[in-house]
Design a protein around this ligand. Structure first.
Ligand code: FE2
Length: 463
């Protein structure tokens, strides 16, 4: 028998509520505590890694599993969890080359609804279309026009209804920016010249610009050749910069803005001041993956503002709060427009400790942060849902899955965005637990007129 100290601790993503669930279930007419607002009519879907065979070599590398709840008329009609049926899920072998195949990867990170399609996303694959009942329909390559992967964080412009996104690769061309129009047609693809392959999780959009992050977590080919499934590491020499591209212009108009070396997974939002300065609010890591990803550690990030004055070649940087946070979100109606509020999850220690302690609501004008602690519970990302186009920035609800350690089950918790610390508006009681995952989205049942084209938010058809 091996001595205790030689036992290998499971990685953090296989412990507690990070661990996968084993069944796909469907449950109807879910019990609700409180009252679901009658204005809420639609579908909340959240994606996350849930390794089908019980093991994965990294937190980011489990099969995608969607957890959805349909809400209508004050009732929670159903809950479903479904794997995204990718080629890997279906049993295709993983090889070094398959890591480069955009029709191969795990679709485990987020969900977007655009132009009558719901798509599960991961940054190294094509979008995977799913039905309203969470069944996998197949990759969406935009009629054969999309030749790269699609970020898990596309931006839907609330003015034009366009979906802006990018794909990155570990071989040239490393980074390509794309725009799909409000009807879902891919209308622009622009290669962004960067000198090396880096891990690029997110980007930013303003009313007039797209902003790309060239940060020093670099692809490591020798490590990849050893079979490592996450061959990226911190680089002391790569530097850090933001590429600012006018929307609608070619790469010849791109300008690079220097920043202090750091890593950012998530941009909360970006916008332009009246004088043309560009502002980005991000969850910023001082450094990330020095020596490569760790089995039982993750670095910590803090809410940080970059401001690029007109004509500047270097961004101003301000730490807005030194608490450890991740999953920053805004009211998506303000994507690319000025925002005054950011929601984020605070962690005790790093994400690897698995302790998301509270939801924070940053009022960036007053500098105040409202808190919602979760005693005995573990929250996931919260998504802001507004009741109407004309509603105020924090008029509406926040919804997210919350795991209760005592019962080992989860609820969909709906909070009043204007009073996040108050009693939840509603709790949808689920018969199972929902593992800690990544990103969710709310898909309203009724179309909302957005932009100048036909609404991209029209009813998402069922199977
Ligand atoms: Fe993300």
């Amino acid at each position: 028998m091996k001595p205790m100290q030689d036992r290998v601790e499971p990685p953090f993503w296989m412990q507690g509520n990070f661990a996968p669930v084993t069944e796909e279930i469907t449950a109807f007419d879910l019990p609700v505590d409180g009252a679901i607002p009658p204005e809420l009519s639609g579908l909340y879907i959240r994606n996350g890694a849930n390794p089908r065979h019980g093991q994965s070599s990294h937190w980011f590398l489990g099969d995608g599993m969607l957890h959805g709840i349909a809400i209508e008329g004050g009732k929670a009609q159903w809950y479903r969890n479904r794997y995204v049926r990718t080629p890997i899920y279906e049993g295709a072998p993983r090889t070094l080359l398959s890591g480069l195949d955009i029709r191969y990867a795990l679709s485990n990170t987020s969900v977007v609804a655009h132009a009558n399609r719901i798509m599960a996303l991961v940054e190294n694959a094509l979008p995977m279309e799913i039905s309203r009942e969470l069944e996998t329909r197949g990759f969406n390559d935009f009629g054969g026009r999309l030749a790269t992967s699609c970020t898990a964080h596309p931006k839907i412009c609330p003015v034009t209804g366009e979906m802006h996104f990018f794909g990155y690769r570990v071989v040239p061309p490393y980074l390509t920016y794309h725009v799909a129009d409000a009807a879902g047609a891919l209308v622009r693809s622009v290669e962004i010249p960067v000198k090396a392959a880096t891990m690029i999780h997110d980007f930013a959009l303003t009313a007039r610009h797209a902003i790309f992050m060239d940060l020093p977590v670099v692809f490591d080919m020798p490590t990849a050749m050893t079979g490592s499934t996450m061959p990226f590491h911190w680089s002391e020499s790569h530097g850090a910069r933001l590429g600012v591209l006018p929307r609608g212009s070619g790469a010849d108009t791109l300008r690079w803005i220097d920043i202090e070396p750091c890593y950012v997974y998530h941009v909360a939002n970006a916008f332009e001041e009246a004088n043309g300065a560009i502002v980005l609010d991000v969850a910023r890591y001082d450094e990330h993956w020095r020596g490569g990803p760790k089995r039982n550690a993750f670095d910590t990030a803090a809410l940080t503002r970059w401001r690029i004055p007109p004509g500047a070649t270097r961004a101003e940087e301000t730490c807005l709060d030194d608490r450890s946070v991740e999953f920053p979100r805004i009211d998506d109606r303000r994507t690319g427009l000025a925002h005054g509020i950011v929601y984020a999850l605070a962690t005790e220690g790093s994400l690897a400790d698995g302790v998301f302690t509270e939801l924070l609501k940053y009022d960036l004008k007053s500098g105040r942060a409202d808190r919602r602690p979760f005693d005995g519970e573990l929250p996931s990302e919260f998504t802001m849902v507004s009741p109407a186009e004309a509603a105020g920035e924090d008029e509406g609800w926040l919804m997210g899955y919350v795991y209760d350690r005592a019962s080992a089950r989860s609820d969909l918790v709906i909070l009043d965005a204007g009073d996040i610390g108050g009693k939840p508006v509603a709790r949808v009681r689920l018969p199972v637990r929902v593992p800690q995952g990544f990103h969710g989205t709310w898909i309203a049942s009724e179309p909302r007129q957005r932009g100048t084209a036909a609404s991209p938010w029209s009813w998402i058809g069922s199977n």
